[in-house]
Design a protein around this ligand. Structure first.
Ligand code: F6R
Length: 243
């Protein structure tokens, strides 16, 4: 496991964007696994800048996102499809038909999960999976206690996760969806390379638990200790117990 520490969020985001860029340059038709949340926004901003400078070309890139809230579609500004369009896809030359986010509004949710697994398989898997980490160690929306052998599935969001995300609904917990569709841990672990980004003092303890503690479903990100190509990028605050 390689660890890159940066003095602050801006520089951590640049390192993350550099790693994503390297993947796109090395394999222009690569499959990027993408994440939402606050953490990757800086990396996406940087990728857009490099695209605008002419340094990056996304026309052959394909993407699969980790997760989506149940009940929200791209018309909701809190949906992860909206987030991805807004922060990245609308600003680069990617073909939107090559971008995939799980459907949170499919009539048949089980079928939507199976279809998403098939999308990933049809692309021969993910080359580089970008991850954030929840305060409870979740990756994607794989909450503590989830089995490690799951592919895309529907989850009930934990109170901790809903409370953490209520900030996107002006703190109104009642607005935060109760369920989500997420790639499973098995799907994440099948990515050829994993890039996890964490910033801020509030992520320090979970980073310690996940990467120096026991491998347990109670800390979903701890499973990444078993992956043979993981890069951790963060600021010094988040990585303080790992340096
Ligand atoms: C987002 C996702 C989540 C977030 C995690 C951290 O697609 O899958 O696991 O990465 O909740 O969120 P932030 O970055 O907002 O702290």
């Amino acid at each position: 496991m390689r660890i890159y520490s940066a003095p602050d969020y801006y520089h951590a985001s640049r390192i993350a964007a550099n790693i994503i860029s390297a993947q796109v340059i090395m394999k222009p038709d690569c499959v990027l696994g993408l994440a939402t949340g606050s953490t990757p926004i800086g990396a996406y901003e940087q990728l857009v800048k490099w695209y605008e400078k002419g340094d990056l070309d996304f026309k052959e890139v394909r993407t699969v996102n980790l997760d989506e809230y149940c009940g929200l579609d791209e018309t909701s500004d809190q949906s992860y499809r909206y987030f991805m369009n807004h922060h990245l896809f609308d600003h680069i030359n990617i073909d939107k038909a090559n971008t995939h986010v799980p459907s949170g509004t499919a009539a048949d949710a089980e079928q939507a999960c199976a279809d998403y697994n098939e999308v990933i398989r049809s692309m021969h898997g993910v080359d580089l999976q970008l991850l954030g980490i929840g305060h409870n160690g979740h990756i994607g929306f794989n909450e503590p206690g989830e089995a490690f052998d799951k592919e895309t599935h529907i989850v009930t969001l934990s109170d901790k996760t809903r409370q953490a995300n209520a900030r996107f609904w002006d703190g109104d917990l009642s607005q935060v969806p109760t369920h989500a569709i997420t790639m499973g841990i098995k799907t994440v672990m099948q990515a050829r390379k994993i890039l996890l980004v964490a910033c801020g003092e509030d992520k320090a303890q979970i980073m310690k638990d996940a990467f120096t503690g026991p491998i347990t479903p109670e800390v979903p990100a701890s499973v990444l200790q078993l992956h043979n190509d993981v890069v951790l990028v963060g600021d010094e605050a988040a990585l303080q117990y790992l340096l």
